[in-house]
Design a protein around this ligand. Structure first.
Ligand code: CA
Length: 234
């Protein structure tokens, strides 16, 4: 196997000095680093971009870090490893973070080298663990590690929103995902027009159908689900 690409990291932190230090250090060590200074900005980035590791402060303006964590795990279905980096050292605070899906927890003040080591370890573990992280419905398969979608083995390119919808539907194939769940995940900060979701579904259904999967079903008045039995039309 070739050497893994360096981790792509998102730092979510409102203290600009800490962000500056982390970015400078990690980039000098070959990592690719983006930053977001509050919860809303972080969620916006995560809705359209993918990272290998997220470094998350808890004391953030507006949306607290724990809310961000909860949102990205439960609503956006983002499985990316999260390293919580915070001044909160109480056991209860750690318990809450792990409960909501954190993978690691470091209390400030911290050594930059330690953050780098932990990021690399999380990345390595996620790569190893995620090799088998493929979700399927009939001929449709999504590799959650590479975010590659295939229909009958043939790769398919989807727009970011289509990808998000598909990830949610594939979390538990066969289950009906409600319109409200999808809207909350796709437009976390504003009320979409009544047709916004419908048109995203239409685009996704079209892309899947062209690739030979016609199993994206509308459950009228409720939401959508994926048919799981083999139903490739080609
Ligand atoms: Ca803070």
């Amino acid at each position: 196997m070739s050497a893994p690409a360096p981790p792509r990291v998102l730092i979510v932190e409102d203290d600009r000095t800490i962000v500056g230090n982390l970015v400078e250090y990690l980039e000098a060590r070959g990592l690719t680093v983006d930053s977001a200074h509050d919860g809303a900005a972080a969620l916006a980035r995560l809705a359209s971009d993918t990272y290998d590791v997220i470094v998350l402060d808890l004391g953030l303006p507006r949306a607290d870090g724990l809310q961000v964590l909860q949102h990205l795990r439960r609503r956006l279905a983002v499985a990316t490893p999260v390293l919580v980096l915070t001044a909160r050292d109480a056991l209860a605070s750690k318990a809450e973070a792990f409960e909501l899906g954190a993978d690691d927890y470091v209390v400030k003040p911290f050594a930059l080298a330690e953050i780098e080591m932990r990021i690399r370890a999380l990345h390595r573990r996620a790569r190893g663990a995620a090799v088998e992280d493929v979700r399927r419905a009939g001929p449709l398969a999504l590799d959650r590690r590479t975010r590659e979608v295939r229909v009958g083995g043939v790769p398919l390119k989807l727009a970011p929103r289509g990808m998000q919808i598909l990830e949610l539907l594939l979390q538990d194939p066969g289950r009906v995902v409600t319109r409200a769940e999808l809207e909350a995940a796709l437009w976390p900060h504003d009320q979409p027009t009544s047709d916004a979701l419908r048109s995203q579904i239409h685009l996704l259904r079209q892309a899947l159908a062209q690739a030979g999967y016609d199993g994206l079903e509308t459950v009228h008045g409720v939401g959508y689900r994926l048919r799981t039995e083999v139903s490739s039309s080609r």
